[in-house]
Design a protein around this ligand. Structure first.
Ligand code: UDX
Ligand code: UDX
Ligand code: ADP
Length: 470
């Protein structure tokens, strides 16, 4: 008989597992969804009575309010979750390896392996195990080896790859209306049967033609490829922004003209101070590592350049700030608006803002930071990690956290816009100008301000992808 999924367990209550399985629970009231995590604080936050959830994502709270306690549960009892489920998502973190073979490139599969071993150790019935974390090709294969070598009581394990394509800040709408759902399986009878069971779960709200079923390795590679190609567009437009700044061309005009070609398309062509986030850099470096291990050095070099261009873009922007402020920012107050890696998230992983602040601190500026969503504790953690050579007191002496944009800009010599938060488009620039040292500088790393209007107020304005004459 065809497998029918009625109990799902998700291991890992993070940015991917949390929202994804909350939406599955909402859309499939007949399926019980339990999200388990080892981190007690995180689970407590998911369960908190006042819905102070551990991640900020527009629309998420509403989904959790509707489903929690009905058919959506959060728990630290990993073993119970595994035992009861017929389908298990493995959605644990896969950071870039910090030491050993492939350090700085390969993914650290330690957490995936631990979770997989746990499944093998406690399962007493057959399971469909779904790889949901982003991981390099062949992870599913490793998971299969571990499960088969350790299975007890004749348990069957069918492994699927089901990469998640949601973007932070729009996770809930992406999950409600995905461009596609991708499921990879072995092309055996059992593999295809497991694939059908998971496809049936998504079919509760995703149109059939958007559910793509492919081989395991195509599925795994597609996730890396999609992120690499998206990031490549940003690095391409950012490379062009450097030419614009040197020539008087305007990157917005160029991006618009290029994007009008239906073969190119208009999205993901916004020049910026550099892409961030937990996925792009990590996935490209994975692709680089994979290419190298397959003895394809030219392919590795091609993709590596996408990340190098991003580093160059961040460096170039810091340098432009220093150059414009008469070659020194020592002792000067610089306001940095935005610390998250993009708008509508409290996530700071790989945020360009961290690199900028590190550069400003190295130049001994006094940096005043404001972000509408990022927790103060997180900012201190990121900055101390980014500047391991500096004692924490030194960093705290040079960096001040502020509770509004206006407060951050007060008495500053320059304002640097690092994240495209909507509230920064509503800033009262007349007031900011009145409270700043003169000449007052604005550096727009997100093509967010009306440069002409700011110039009329009296600001000296510098914008990514535009020359100094604007
Ligand atoms: C190109 C641009 O498309 C056009 O806008 C510009 O004005 C001139 O340059 P053209 O070189 O005539 O036009 O043909 P195009 O269809 O772009 O193909 C260029 C090459 O890319 C061909 O060799 C084509 O076979 C190849 N190609 C195209 C691929 O290999 N894969 C593709 O997906 C598309
Ligand atoms: C990305 C992918 O979009 C998503 O499909 C995948 O599942 C995870 O990785 P995410 O990192 O959450 O999602 O956000 P995304 O919107 O892709 O932005 C990534 C970075 O690129 C941000 O720093 C953003 O500011 C930057 N960006 C994006 C640009 O600089 N210009 C653009 O045009 C688009
Ligand atoms: P992502 O962005 O990929 O979702 P996160 O770091 O936000 O990554 O979430 C991963 C979660 O997985 C963390 O909350 C972590 O505590 C949890 N986790 C890692 N390993 C295990 C494990 N073996 N069992 C249960 N939870 C785990």
């Amino acid at each position: 008989a065809p497998i029918k999924v009625t109990k799902i367990c998700c291991i890992g209550a993070g940015y991917v597992g949390g929202p994804t399985c909350a939406v599955i629970a909402l859309r499939c009231p007949h399926i019980t969804v339990t999200i388990v995590d080892l981190n007690q604080d995180r689970v407590d936050a998911w369960n908190s009575e006042d819905f102070k959830l551990p991640i900020y994502e527009p629309g998420l709270e509403d989904v959790v309010r509707q489903a929690r306690g009905r058919n959506l549960f959060f728990s630290t009892d990993v073993d119970k979750g595994i035992k009861e489920a017929d389908l298990i998502f493995v959605s644990v973190n896969t950071p870039t390896k910090k030491t050993g073979v492939g350090a700085g490139f390969g993914a650290d599969l330690h957490y995936v392996e631990l979770a997989t071993r746990r499944i093998a150790a406690v399962a007493d019935s057959s399971k469909i195990v779904v790889e949901k974390s982003t991981v390099p090709c062949r992870t599913a294969e490793s998971m299969r080896t571990i499960l088969e070598a350790n299975s007890k009581n004749h348990c069957r394990f069918d492994i699927l790859s089901n990469p998640e394509f949601l973007a932070e800040g729009t996770a809930i709408s992406d999950l409600f209306k995905p461009d596609r759902v991708l499921i990879g399986s072995l092309q055996t009878e059992e593999g295809l049967e497991a694939c059908r069971a998971l496809a049936d779960v998504y079919a509760n709200w995703v149109p059939q033609e958007r559910i793509l079923t492919v081989g395991l390795w195509s599925s795994e590679l597609s996730k890396l490829a999609a992120n690499a190609m998206l990031a490549q567009r940003i690095s391409s437009i950012n490379a062009l922004s450097a030419i614009c700044e040197a020539t008087g061309a305007n990157i917005d005009e160029v991006a618009h003209a290029v994007g009008c070609d239906s073969r190119v398309g208009p999205k993901f062509l916004k020049a910026s101070v550099g892409f961030g986030g937990s996925c792009f850099q990590k996935d490209i470096l994975n692709l680089v590592y994979l290419s190298e291990s397959l003895h394809l050095p030219e392919v590795a070099a091609y993709w590596r350049q996408v990340v190098e261009m991003n580093e160059y873009q961040k460096r170039r922007f810091s340098k432009r700030v220093v150059d414009t402020l008469f070659n020194t920012i020592t002792g000067k107050r610089i306001a940095v608006l935005g610390f998250a890696f993009k708008a509508d998230t409290g996530d700071t992983r790989e945020s360009a803002s961290i690199t900028l602040i590190r550069d400003f601190v190295a130049e001994r500026a006094n940096v005043h930071v404001y972000d509408p969503k990022v927790e103060e504790e997180q900012i201190w953690m990121d900055l101390t990690e980014a500047m391991p050579q500096l004692p924490a007191e030194t960093i705290k002496k040079q960096v001040t956290l502020c509770s509004s944009a206006l407060e951050a800009c007060k008495d500053a010599e320059a304002v640097v816009i690092a994240t495209e938060w909507k509230e920064f488009t509503l800033i009262d620039w007349e007031t900011v100008y009145a409270n700043m040292k003169k000449p007052a500088f604005v550096f727009d790393g997100r093509l967010l301000v009306d440069a002409k209007k700011l110039k009329e107020i009296g600001f000296k304005v510098t914008v990514i992808g535009r020359g100094n004459g604007l």
